[in-house]
Ligand binder design. Structure first.
Ligand code: TXA
Ligand code: MG
Length: 355
């Protein structure tokens, strides 16, 4: 079906002050909750990236998500809840002890846990797996929406499959206008990179996707070292996290990584891409020495090396903006894989892969 897509903007004050009661009375939230209960899709802000929600208890509603995004059917979705009681509707058996610990510390927030699912969860959500991904987002609008709708929401990032995740309502509009009835604009996503996905079913928990919650913080709470799932290739039969086998987070412009640790690299790049239109996406520290040498390039500062969180918050928006310029190449500076830097580098490695 072709939709006339509406964007409903919420006051930033309500969002900042986390006024759940007031938010529940907002027209945009009531409209969105009605649509969701009718089996329609709604895009909404979370603290990580914008999500595209559907009633997680209805297969036909969830199936629309795959159509709207052009998402492969074998890539399962995260179920979003607003209260811990909602877990009962989703998981089979009691929570693993480690899950309890993580939930207590990090929910609501950018943590997604993989646990055993119960029969109420339709197979279309989990791509037929017997596990399910669950997350309780911290964003007041996401919480108000799930509460108002009274149902758990299946929600992937609200982008077309393969493009960088949306961190602004306008990014959703670019990708999904005409395909969904409503986008709730709650301002920029604070974290800017997707949640950390942790599989808690085995003895040792496994990070399936690095994200907005750092490995270091998880390890500090669990008191053990965590494994991070190796990159899964499309050839492998049984990917641990099915989403990881797809090229992802990619601007249409080819993307390359560089560590910019020597001035000569700039000369090499200039030589190699003579007469080409190139953007260099670098840290403020690198921009300081590079900018006056790089006047034939467009230089974009993504943040400071001392704040990988700042870089995470800017990254997807920068990649989307540069895409509009139809350049020949985007060259991005690599950053240390500590803290949220691990998630940033994970996304950049994927975006730089050629199919
Ligand atoms: O921050 C986020 O996680 C955002 C916001 C909207 O909540 N959502 C998001 O969803 O990034 P999506 O669909 O773009 O990514 C979900 C990831 C995929 O890599 C998928 O393969 C993995 O979670 N996943 C979902 N269910 C799984 C399962 N049962 N077992 C293993 N991996 C699973
Ligand atoms: Mg996604």
């Amino acid at each position: 079906m072709k939709y006339h897509t509406v964007i409903e903007k919420l006051s930033q004050e309500l969002v900042r002050e986390d006024q759940l009661e007031l938010l529940l009375r907002e027209r945009a939230i009531r409209l969105a909750a009605d649509l969701l209960r009718q089996g329609e899709l709604v895009a909404f802000p979370t603290e990580t990236v914008y999500g595209l929600g559907a009633d997680a208890t209805r297969s036909e509603a969830v199936a629309q998500i795959f159509l709207a995004k052009g998402r492969p059917q074998d890539n399962p979705l995260i179920v979003h809840i607003a209260r811990e009681e909602q877990l009962k509707q989703i998981i089979a058996g009691p929570l693993p002890p480690l899950a309890e610990k993580l939930i207590k510390t990090f929910w609501p927030g950018p943590l997604t846990i993989i646990v055993n699912k119960n029969e109420a969860i339709p197979p279309v959500i989990t791509a037929g797996l017997d596990s399910v991904a669950v997350r309780m987002p911290a964003h007041p609008v996401a919480r108000a929406l799930i509460t108002a709708a009274g149902i758990p929401l299946a929600a992937p990032s609200a982008n077309l499959s393969g493009t960088p995740s949306p961190t602004l309502a306008t990014h959703v509009w670019t990708d999904l206008q005409g395909r969904i009835p409503l986008i709730i604009d709650g301002g920029p996503a604070r974290i800017g990179i997707e949640s950390t996905v942790v599989d808690l079913r085995a003895q040792t928990p496994l990070i399936l996707r690095p994200g907005g919650l750092s490995r270091e913080r998880l390890e500090a709470v669990l008191g053990i070292e965590l494994e991070v799932a190796a990159e899964i290739t499309a050839e492998e039969e049984k990917p641990l996290s099915p989403g990881m086998k797809y090229r992802h987070y990619s601007p249409a412009t080819p993307l390359l990584l560089n560590n910019f640790d020597r001035a000569e690299q700039l000369a090499e790049i200039s030589e190699q891409y003579r007469d080409k239109r190139i953007a260099l996406v670098v840290t403020a520290e690198t921009a300081r020495w590079l900018e006056h040498l790089a006047n034939n390039f467009k230089v974009v500062v993504m943040g400071s090396r001392s704040s990988p969180a700042g870089i995470a918050a800017n990254l997807f928006a920068i990649l989307r903006e540069l895409d509009h310029l139809k350049l020949d190449k985007i060259i991005v500076e690599m950053i240390p894989e500590t803290g949220i830097g691990m998630a940033v580098m994970n996304r950049l490695h994927r975006a730089s892969k050629v199919e």
